[in-house]
Ligand binder design. Sequence first.
Ligand SMILES: NC(=O)c1ccc[n+]([C@@H]2O[C@H](COP(=O)([O-])OP(=O)(O)OC[C@H]3O[C@@H](n4cnc5c(N)ncnc54)[C@H](O)[C@@H]3O)[C@@H](O)[C@H]2O)c1
Length: 252
Amino acid sequence: MSDLNFENKTVLVTGGAGGFGSQTCREFAARGANVVVADLNFEKAQAVADELASAVAITMDVTDEESIKAGIQSAVDTFGGLDVLVNNAGAPNLAGPYENTTSKDMDWLYQINYRSTALASQYALEHLRKSPIGNIVNVASVSAKRPRPGSAIYCSLKAGVEAFTRALAVELAPDIRVNAVSPVIAETGFVKNAMGTDTIPDETKASMVSGIPMGRPADITDVANSIVFLASDMASFLTGSIIDVDGGRSIS
Ligand SMILES: NC(=O)c1ccc[n+]([C@@H]2O[C@H](COP(=O)([O-])OP(=O)(O)OC[C@H]3O[C@@H](n4cnc5c(N)ncnc54)[C@H](O)[C@@H]3O)[C@@H](O)[C@H]2O)c1
């Protein structure tokens, strides 16, 4: 059996309809997993689930505790258990410069980027404990280490997700592994939301990649592959690890 085989395993991906999330769903499904595509946008989640051999779409709002709880329970009810939780949903700062960022913005950024990960991990725990491969993979950001202007709260919350990953890993070992990926910028809905535009101007793209030694943004497959690797038996000795999927941004 391949070490990257997820047959008879169930994976729930939050933000599963988005850029990184949808590709993560595809990569797990290609390796035999049952996939729960959990997203605020049900229509988009359903479109992703329709592509996959064994998948369901569910509406989940990761800023709402009851919605997280219900979503995890429905995954277990549908497929009989939960083996891998991917805490991927997140959102950029939309308020611009720091002086424009209100306490309301801060609370929302906290709920969507940090509390979502902490709560989903908590509600998933009893199910992951019953799995032979219980696994959590969090999606942080290289901006935790290499911030850009205009996103102080977002960057510090993603640093919190990295610290949470290590802290939970030490608490849950050896039963459940907890790891994270920290991607560099990628052309997903996230960047378009942050910029308030559907197409990113060439000069903005050039400035985005100028600090990336590999000379390009991340691709959704770069991130999805690292998530699948971390959840797989090939990474069975890794816990509390953060993979910078960043083309070298963190060392430049
Ligand atoms: N794209 C980047 O440049 C980049 C870089 C580093 C880290 N990240 C992180 O990657 C993760 C995924 O982002 P992406 O780039 O795929 O963005 P994306 O906008 O393409 O996808 C995000 C998905 O989350 C969903 N979503 C939004 N609010 C939600 C909520 N309250 N509950 C549940 N789902 C919700 C959206 O509908 C969307 O499908 C985020 O945590 C983000 O912070 C992104």
